[in-house]
Design a protein around this ligand. Structure first.
Ligand SMILES: [Ca+2]
Ligand SMILES: [Ca+2]
Ligand SMILES: [Ca+2]
Ligand SMILES: [Ca+2]
Length: 371
């Protein structure tokens, strides 16, 4: 009898520990989410069926919470804070390996006292091409304001070789149309389409790969990464916990800046801005980065939105208004603290649902050229 009581006590302790562990912020609201996937390829009648064991990512003003749907595709959460939630369901395709299914629901209002429920219909993410896969901006752990080991990582998720010839990498931070000395009467938010004609304004720094769009000198093989270093240098020589970028695929070199490092073994993106002479330094905590085809090379009248291959906005504070046009990406990445050694990367390589809030996560260490 005593043994039984002890056993029950032990079980109670074990289960209550397990239950309490992942709770971040307590509240009184309740939410049920059902994840579905489309199995029409194997069963033409049923179509959407429950998606078991999906990773469920919930983002609200209280932070990011990761859960899993149960065997019947359901996730039930109680005692969560009242908030507006962005929710994503994602996992490997139940049948076809190497494919990921993803679905999002956005702006789900969860209020205590009235249990909320929603359904996420996931779809296989088609391998579309090149995306910005990682942004390492904040610098290593250091107290000397060192962030010169920044890099941007691209990933080719398509099944064909792409070419980087003529592509541009842009930083969008201005409330003027283009740079500061091109001041005009037009003022708007960085990354916005101010006059509704499909052009994005606010480019400040602009670099490009050599060549012209359509040329094929700089191949980008399927399912591989390209690391674009601010400087292709072994930065551990400056800060020991920093990153070795001496074998990066590309580096940003401003031909107008005599002190910018130019590693002769690494090819260069070069500066095409006519008003910024310095290297492609990006903000350690808040910025907008665009990758464009280069077909629109006239920056002063805005960037034609149809030439934008990918765009990512990262911010340090959830209270800031996102400014990048929602046709490029409707979300934003919560950046890690500066000088913390952390990086921002897509949850699954190349998987882009055009919602940075749900597509990206913070990783503890930079991963240049891998994931
Ligand atoms: Ca450089
Ligand atoms: Ca070089
Ligand atoms: Ca233009
Ligand atoms: Ca990486």
């Amino acid at each position: 009898m005593k043994k039984t009581i002890l056993f029950i006590l032990l079980l109670t302790v074990l289960f209550s520990c397990k239950e309490n562990a992942p709770v971040q912020v307590d509240g009184k609201a309740e939410l049920t989410v059902l994840a579905m996937w489309n199995n029409s390829a194997i069963d033409s009648i049923k179509n959407y069926v429950p998606l078991p064991n999906a990773e469920m990512i919930l983002v609200s003003e209280y932070g990011t919470r990761i859960e899993h749907s149960d065997d019947s595709g359901m996730l039930n959460l109680t005692n969560i804070p009242s908030a507006t939630y962005q929710i994503s369901a994602r996992r490997k395709h139940p049948i076809i390996p190497d494919i990921i299914v993803v679905g999002n629901v956005v702006d789900v209002d969860v209020i205590s006292g009235s249990p909320a429920s929603d359904t996420i219909f996931t779809n296989a993410i088609s391998a579309s091409g090149i995306s910005i896969n990682e942004i390492y901006a904040g610098g290593p752990v250091n107290s000397i304001y060192f962030f010169y080991d920044q890099y941007i990582e691209l990933y080719n998720s398509s099944s064909e070789t792409k070419y980087l010839d003529g592509m541009q990498v842009l930083r969008v931070t201005s409330s003027r149309a283009y740079c500061s000395h091109h001041s005009s009467d037009v003022i708007g938010v960085p990354g916005g389409d101010w006059n509704g004609d499909g052009n994005i304004f606010g480019v400040t720094y602009a670099f490009k790969f050599p060549g012209k769009p359509g040329e094929t000198k700089y191949p980008f093989a399927p399912n591989t990464f390209k690391v674009l270093a601010q400087d292709a240098f072994d930065h551990r020589k400056a800060v020991p916990v920093s990153v070795d970028l001496s074998r990066a695929d590309w580096e940003f070199v401003s031909q107008f800046d005599a002190v910018d490092i130019d590693n002769p073994k690494v090819p260069n993106l070069y500066n095409i801005s006519d008003c910024k002479i310095s290297d492609f330094l990006i903000s350690v905590t808040s910025d907008i980065i665009l990758l464009t085809s280069g077909v629109d090379s006239v920056l002063s009248d805005g960037i034609d939105i149809t030439t934008i291959i990918d765009g990512v906005e990262y911010q340090s504070s959830g209270t800031k208004r996102i400014t990048l046009d929602s046709r490029i990406d409707r979300g934003w990445v919560q950046s890690p603290p500066k000088y913390d050694g952390k990086s921002m990367q897509r949850r699954e390589k190349g998987v882009d649902t055009n919602d940075g809030t749900l597509d990206w996560e913070i990783i503890d260490l930079p991963t240049p050229g891998w994931q």
